[in-house]
Design a protein around this ligand. Sequence first.
Ligand code: ADP
Ligand code: GLC
Length: 475
Amino acid sequence: MKVLFATPEIAPWVKTGGLGDVAGALPPALRQAGVDLRVLVPYYPALRIAFPEDKALEVVALGDFGGTFADATLRIARTSNGIPLMLLDCPEYYDRDGNPYLGPDGADWPDNHLRFGLLSRVAAWLGSSANHLPWRPDIVHCHDWQTGLAPAYLKLLPDARARSLITVHNLAFQGLFGPHTLPELALPAHAWGVDGVEFYGHLSFLKAGLIYADAITTVSPTYAVEIQTDEEGMGMAGLLRHRAEELSGIINGIDTEVWNPARDAHIPFAYDIDSIAAKKQNKAALQREVGLAVRDDLPLLGVVSRLTHQKGLDLIAAIERQLAALPAQLVVLGNGDKALEAEFRLLAERHPGQFAVRIGFNESLAHRIEAGADIFLMPSRFEPCGLNQMYSLRYGTPPVVRATGGLADTVVDGVNGFVFREASAEALLAAIRRAAASWRDRKAWQAMQITGMRSDVGWAKPAAQYAALYGKLAQ
Ligand code: ADP
Ligand code: GLC
């Protein structure tokens, strides 16, 4: 079975969040499960450096796709772990520094519809009889809105052959553009409408995917249920209920090589279940690194997150005084919403030595927070899956999470972490208090750490579920 994995990000080269991690780690697991898989991803600057032009195994010219798309070529390369990459080379669209979605001013790139429309269009082309390469996928596996038009092209074009699957990593990002983009994207006029790509007067890439894909998955069983409710369905609940038969949840795994405290080059002191005590040394090193008082008598709470409404971090800011009085230390690494960034900066200024805040994206520090913190916080309002709670389990850093989406599916209250229900500052504080009390009970705490570190959070099981779904789709 041949599968094309079409993605706008891929770790370790291009990552803005969990989708990058998933695209880095799921393909190798799928290859291990026997799937003949290739990854299609834009040829961003970081990939140009990692896989230079002159090292590409093969270069394929692409024809004219109509609309207002720029010319592009495909460069085929291979990662060190043997994953064939199809690098979509269109310098005009992708050879830009910085974030894949945002310009230096923090606003969306104005041509995102063409940039990700082209990615979708090429994914569909690969799955069509127009593809003259020896390799043609039976299934095109799309991820989020950025590849959401691929299923539409596959349904609307006469020469399409492949079946399609879309995985929703986050229903909040819907890929909305004005109606003028329809002809620019070479979509037929009849695709405009409630049964097509139109969503309240906009063209929605995500809705297109949900309408036209042969199957839909999302990244946890609980989120698959939640998004069918009007409260959590972000305007798409009716459509998702309509497609309930083809919708399922497959929980994410994590890359257990990259996130392995026994062999993590980012952390100063390696440890495993038999040497959890080394967490203490990682804690002291982290406290020094971020300017906290080096104390082992206070629990250190850790956060690594996009700073957005979704993640509920305003609830942490709201209990500033109570956390300071608990007393607990806090280290926050994140970026995103400017108001939240400013709020956290102030919080750190008001509590020097007790609260530390690093604004920015720092992969290496993220590892040291997982290793050095005692307790990890994820008070998300919604969370399709969440990866950091799983990194925390593996690093012996019991997470405090809200019972939503994948957090509810991976954390069991009192067993490997702490779970609270209501999205309120009081409920979060009560859960943190419970966690802090439990932390002082060294024996019980260690038992909880070991349970977490032993949990099976790898990709083998989820990859087998995807492989089974591909098999069903290809029939
Ligand atoms: P989401 O994809 O919604 O942001 P996930 O928990 O699935 O949430 O994945 C987030 C990923 O991005 C994790 O690997 C996390 O460590 C990483 N991450 C988020 N913010 C930062 C940051 N500021 N610096 C470093 N890594 C970050
Ligand atoms: C999204 C979600 C997150 C999930 C990630 C990877 O960004 O917000 O919950 O873990 O995708 O699937």
